[in-house]
Design a protein. Structure first.
Lengths: 228, 421
């Protein structure tokens, strides 16, 4: 969505190492040709299910993984969790066909750096790959709406449970309405950088929530520590 | 404590937390009939005892008066279901206690304790404690028993024996009586609570079964819709396959023709995704998922790609669907025709008792000035859009500036339907 800061050709730079995880070979071929034509990325590995993705991620050292969620045997969410835990420098970008909300949210909660629908254009996908490689989350309008509903699900959070500040809530609403970071910055009279920081904080809180949930679950089950 | 009493007007108990128990439920009915039967039998026994010992009674008129009044009360209580009223139960307890005290006056002096003459008011008053236990649970049942025990002690005083003069044996007898009253009130309270709980569970199971049936019906509907869309998807795929092969066989391929095929595939993907995302969930009765409403409103809008985002699952009353849907559609068509936008978003969320739907675009924007728009004759569309939303009791807010896109926000009040879980 946000192409500021020069995407497309990145002359002189090494192409971004990408792994594509999808059970449809035709889709993988399409992504490979789109990315390689854009000149910013090269596909170093392809996996057709989550288990294979975990193994190949260790061996082929991708910087960015494009992950489908509906996979045979090991799901995309499980693979994302494993990969992010083991290889924290690898960015996982979810590319999902149906946008099944629970799965997408779960993937982001366990560490995916962003989420695009599969009908995104080749340029949008290439741009998203570049952005997640640079450590910027790909926070689409639909993802913002999902995150908002996740935080609103519990009206009165318990003390210690991470919630959103009024400003974060406002920014999430604007992202969910389709505003770009630049537009949000203009509307709220703050800098783009500040908007980005808020978005990063929101994601961090989402991860904290996940850990909080695991901890609460562990306490409920009478275990003395959260499952790894 | 009276808020726990759920018998006013014989209303069905609908609060599973209630410890008390309705006489209308199968388990409760048995309990109440049992208590009523006990009352009748013990009253009959009381009368028989009084008859048998009539020669030994002091103040005969008092005894027979009390028995007659008690008889009338028993009939009123049973025939008119008076036990459903808390005040009636309190009166019942008071009269039972009075009867106990009174018995001290009607039997010969010194005859109430440890004598071989049966004490005629022991059996009947217990039914008052039982009834309170059944209606209000263990706590009040025990308390009612305690009230009767105090009355029992007072009956000794009424009989002319000071409590300090009682022998250990007489104390024991008094204690036995008190224990009997208190235990009866408490025990019936426990039984009632157990019955109440199992009735609540039964009710829950019934409700769950009803929900299950509803879910199955919804799934069936969903499936029917699915078949229709799958049909059109299969047809489109077949066409893409056939046309694709034809195009591949040609020497020269027109970009437009390939584009048309791609467009067709994209449209079907959109429909299929809409189907998956509108998976039916627990719906409140008579409400429709807002997302589906918005998807229908957006379907077929050309000229600008539209994304729908909703914060959680939002339910909307069907009578408002037509108006809201038409207003959203108008806003989007306006964007498509005039805004030169690269994309539009339809955003929806619930806020307090309202549903908020915003149509946002990143187009050229405009100075929102109603007077100016009216002068230029551009109010028509806006007026009809506003009219539709105001008819639903809602409001429209428009914010825009040149070069900054536009946001049209509809806010429609939604009365939350009462639905019990």
């Amino acid at each position: 969505m946000n192409t500021d800061g020069g995407g497309g050709a990145n002359a002189g730079e090494e192409p971004i190492r990408v792994m594509v995880v999808d059970d449809h070979p035709v889709w993988r071929d399409g992504i490979r040709s789109d990315l390689e034509r854009s000149g910013i990325a090269t596909v170093v590995a392809e996996a057709s299910d989550g288990g294979e993705a975990i193994e190949l991620a260790r061996d082929s050292m991708p910087e960015v993984i494009l992950m489908d969620l509906r996979l045979p045997t090991v799901s995309g969410v499980d693979a994302t969790r494993e990969i992010v835990a083991e290889l924290p420098h690898v960015r996982v970008l979810v590319l999902s066909a149906s946008g099944e909300e629970a799965d997408v949210l779960e993937a982001v909660k366990v560490g995916a750096a962003g989420y695009l629908l599969k009908d995104a254009t080749a340029e949008q996908i290439a741009d998203a790959v570049r952005r997640v490689r640079d450590g910027e989350p790909v926070f689409t309008a639909s993802l913002a709406a999902l995150v908002l509903s996740e935080f609103r699900r519990i009206a009165a959070p318990e003390p210690g449970e991470p919630g959103l500040t009024a400003r974060e809530n406002e920014i999430l609403r604007l992202v969910a309405k389709g505003y770009t970071y630049r537009e949000i910055a203009e509307q709220l009279f703050i800098s783009m950088k500040t908007v980005q920081n808020h978005v990063q904080n929101i994601l961090a809180k989402l991860h904290l929530r996940k850990r909080y949930e695991l901890m609460r679950y562990a306490i409920q089950r009478g275990l003395d520590r959260a499952p790894e | 404590m009276c808020s726990d009493l759920r018998f006013a007007g014989g209303a069905r108990v609908s609060d599973p937390r209630a410890t008390a128990h309705s006489p209308d439920e199968p388990g409760g009915k048995g309990l109440w009939l049992g208590i009523l039967a006990y009352r009748l039998v013990s009253f009959a026994w009381l009368s028989i005892q009084a008859l048998a010992w009539r020669d030994n009674l002091r103040n005969g008129w008092l005894a027979w008066g009390a028995i007659s009044l008690t008889g009338i009360w028993v009939v009123v209580l049973a025939a008119k279901r008076r036990w459903e009223r808390p005040a009636a139960r309190a009166f019942d307890l008071a009269s039972a206690a009075a009867l106990i005290v009174l018995s001290g006056l009607v039997v010969g002096e010194g005859q109430v304790v440890g004598s071989d003459i049966p004490f005629f008011a022991t059996g009947y008053p217990v039914s008052a404690a039982m009834m309170i236990g059944a209606a209000s649970g263990v706590g009040l049942g025990l308390l009612a028993g305690l009230v009767l025990s105090v009355a029992l002690a007072l009956s000794r005083v009424a009989n002319g024996t000071s409590l300090v003069d009682l022998s250990p044996g007489e104390w024991l007898s008094l204690g036995n009586g008190a224990f009997y009253y208190i235990a009866a009130g408490g025990a019936v309270g426990v039984v009632s609570r157990v019955l109440g709980r199992s009735a609540a569970e039964l009710r829950k199971a019934n409700e769950e079964a009803a929900r299950q049936r509803e879910r199955v019906a919804r799934l069936a509907e969903h499936e029917a819709m699915g078949r229709e869309i799958h049909d059109s998807v299969l047809q489109a795929l077949a066409l893409v396959n056939k046309r694709g092969k034809e195009l591949a066989a040609r020497q020269e391929v027109q970009g437009r023709e390939v584009g048309e095929l791609a467009e067709m595939a994209a449209e079907q993907a959109w429909a299929l995704r809409a189907l998956i995302q509108s998976e039916p969930r627990e719906a409140p009765l008579d409400m429709v998922p807002l997302r589906t409403v918005l998807q229908a409103a957006v379907y077929g809008v050309t000229g600008v790609p539209v994304t729908i985002t909703t914060v959680g699952q939002i339910w909307f009353p069907p009578e408002g669907v037509e108006g809201l849907s038409a207003a959203v559609r108008q806003a989007l068509e306006n964007v498509a025709q005039h805004a030169h936008a690269s994309r539009a978003t339809v955003f929806a969320e619930e806020e307090d008792e309202s549903v908020v739907v915003a149509v946002r675009d990143d187009g050229v924007g405009f100075d929102y000035d109603e007077a100016l728009l009216r002068r230029e004759g551009k109010m028509g569309m806006l007026k009809s859009m506003k009219g539709r939303i105001e008819e639903l009791g809602g409001t429209v807010r428009i914010s825009s500036a040149p070069g900054r896109g536009a946001e049209v926000e509809f806010r429609v009040p939604v009365r939350r339907r009462q639905h019990e879980h």
